[in-house]
Design a protein around this ligand. Structure first.
Ligand code: ROI
Length: 161
């Protein structure tokens, strides 16, 4: 079993329900166990500002799947929930599921970069992740605590449970 952290985001078509449905689907994945989920956070959009605010969360999954198998499964969930990949970079989306960390692995191929490229500076990733694993060390040696110190809790609002 390896511990995987998955980032969830949505800003279209009832984002909170999108995330709840995605967590239900993740909990059904084979050879895997959903161990924890963070609170939900409302976040200001990163990217073009003329789009709705996002709902974000992070999930902790223990899995025996290989990274590409998990990626396939997550992309299937995105598609089943109506995601349409658009040309616009960083535009609004019904559901985004990102593999943030996969055990201690460092992966970089045409489909998957782990740790996730942009996680280090995104408050809507780091703060929910810290709820689940405050003492986390990234495989590159950086600590989550150090990343958090460099990343203000701004444009972020934690929803009550
Ligand atoms: N902005 C926020 N706040 N949350 C996201 O999940 C998110 N995802 C994205 C882009 C468009 C970069 N902006 C985001 O993919």
């Amino acid at each position: 079993m390896e511990r995987v952290y998955i980032g969830l985001g949505s800003n279209l078509a009832e984002p909170l329900q999108q995330l709840r449905a995605a967590l239900d689907a993740i909990a059904q994945l084979p050879q895997s166990r959903l161990q924890a989920q963070s609170s939900f956070y409302i976040s200001d959009p990163l990217g073009p500002a003329v789009q709705p605010r996002y709902v974000n969360a992070v999930a902790a999954l223990d899995t025996e799947l290989e990274p590409w198998q998990l990626l396939d499964a997550l992309q299937r969930i995105e598609q089943e929930q109506g995601r349409v990949r658009k040309a616009e970079r960083w535009g609004p989306r019904t559901l985004d599921l990102d593999i943030l960390l996969f055990g201690e692995r460092l992966l970089d191929d045409e489909r998957l970069t782990v740790p996730h490229y942009h996680m280090h500076a995104r408050p809507f990733v780091l703060y929910p992740l810290a709820e689940l694993a405050a003492d986390l060390q990234l495989p590159d040696g950086r600590s989550l605590a150090a990343l958090l110190q460099a990343c203000p809790f701004s444009g972020l609002e934690r929803l009550p449970q």
